[in-house]
Design a protein. Structure first.
Length: 424
């Protein structure tokens, strides 16, 4: 039996949103149980009968029938969604109400409402992202712990506390509450940005690139854009950024599973379709007066994608864009990326000057590519022994086997070059 690995993840978010609308947010666990039952039933039935022509519809029907059974059995003992309680009490209105909630447009709206509900203002950013991963992306606790290099118990507690806050809302987020909408939209954008970044620059103990996280972030962004009020310039800019970065994923890792330096990537592997979509989204993002960090980051990614070869990259423009980004959202990581762009434009010595002048650099001291960036620039200056020291510092901080292999190679290359220099 062959099942698309993303099918259950994709359907989980759609089903949980719909069932939570039906049962009420306080019965989120019940909604998740129904989804789990539907998936288990699918695995049992499909094993013998094969995957149906429309597996999504099969899962929806199975979940809908299971929900009807629960509502009929529990409606005198349980309280369900407050706004639906009267309709769920009568057998005459029960089935039509459930059918209406399972209509495609209603399912999409409920997934959007769940997305905004997960980004509750009482929750910390980390908890919001954990909820998005768990509820909307179908990721288990172990997977989330792996993605964020955290203990299973800590993630379990974080999700449990977040779900209690969510349950206190009584119902899914109401889009008619205009006062709360802008703040929630900003939080949703931030959560999806962090979700994509975790996939692209993953700190996973196993993988440095988590393509499924990138794919889930893009899918949820596309769902967000279907809601007119959420289709703001910033939302278009964020999707542009994701598409342009995702286009480069095929070249980030070579056939042996090794990380590839950005300047050495095979650009013929870049996804032209995603680049085109990213450019289209970036054009759509230019309709308003607001300039967000997503606009600037997307413009940087677009500048990279416009260069057919690494040596044709407009590093002056990229450095200028990083100046703009530092003005909007200053951080040591952005400052590091800016310094690398300056090094490409003005030479490694200037880049090192900028790196050593980064404010609050202690905040990224444990980031392996901080030391690695210094090592690369020292290597380019011809200071191989010094470069090797920084590469060894970075190696000690490596977060995944892939990062470790990459940095081990850089250490070996530095030491080999250093020995050659001494012999000469």
């Amino acid at each position: 039996m062959e099942v698309d690995e993303h099918l259950f993840r994709r359907e989980a978010g759609r089903l949980v949103g719909t069932l939570t609308h039906l049962f009420g947010v306080h019965n989120l666990a019940m909604a998740e149980d129904v989804v789990q039952d539907a998936f288990c039933r699918a695995l049992e039935v499909w094993k013998f009968r094969g995957v149906p022509e429309n597996p999504s519809a099969w899962l929806m029907t199975t979940a809908k029938n299971r929900a009807l059974d629960i509502l009929r059995r529990e409606r005198t003992a349980q309280t369900f969604a407050p706004e639906l309680s009267r309709l769920l009490q009568s057998e005459w209105t029960l089935a039509p109400t459930v059918q209406e909630i399972f209509e495609p447009n209603a399912i999409r709206d409920d997934q959007l409402r769940m997305m905004f509900s997960c980004c509750h203002p009482k929750l910390a950013e980390e908890a919001q992202v954990a909820l998005v991963l768990n509820i909307l992306c179908g990721f288990g606790v172990d997977e989330i712990a792996g993605a964020f290099v955290s203990g299973r118990a800590a993630i379990e507690k974080r999700i449990s506390r977040a779900k209690k806050v969510l349950a206190g809302s009584k119902r899914l987020f109401d889009f008619t509450d205009a006062k709360d909408f802008p703040g929630r939209l900003s939080a949703v954008q931030r959560a999806l940005y962090l979700l994509f970044n975790e996939g692209y620059h993953g700190a996973s103990s196993e993988f440095v690139v988590r393509t499924e996280l990138c794919a889930e972030a893009i899918r949820l962004m596309q769902t967000l854009l279907e809601f007119p009020a959420a289709a703001t310039p910033a939302t278009h800019a964020l999707l542009a950024l994701m598409c342009l970065h995702a286009a480069r994923l095929p070249s980030r890792v070579d056939e042996s599973g090794n990380l590839t330096l950005f300047l050495e990537q095979d650009r013929s592997q870049w996804d032209a379709r995603l680049i085109g979509e990213g450019q289209r989204m970036l054009d759509l993002s230019a309709t308003g007066a607001e300039l967000t960090e997503y606009h600037v980051e997307a413009a940087i990614a677009a500048t990279h994608c416009c260069a057919a070869r690494a040596e044709e990259t407009d590093w002056g423009r990229i450095a200028w864009l990083y100046d703009k980004l530092m003005a909007i959202r200053p951080s040591p990581v952005i400052a590091l990326n800016r310094a690398i762009a300056i090094a490409q434009h003005e030479g490694p010595a200037r880049g090192l000057e900028e790196i050593h002048s980064i404010e609050n650099s202690e905040r990224i001291a444990a980031y392996p590519f901080y030391a690695a960036a210094i090592g690369e620039l020292e290597f380019r200056r011809g200071r191989r022994v010094v470069a090797g020291k920084y590469f060894r510092d970075a190696l000690a901080l490596a977060r995944s086997p892939m990062e470790r292999k990459f940095l081990e190679r850089r250490v070996e290359e530095s030491e080999s070059a250093g020995r050659s220099t001494r012999r000469a």
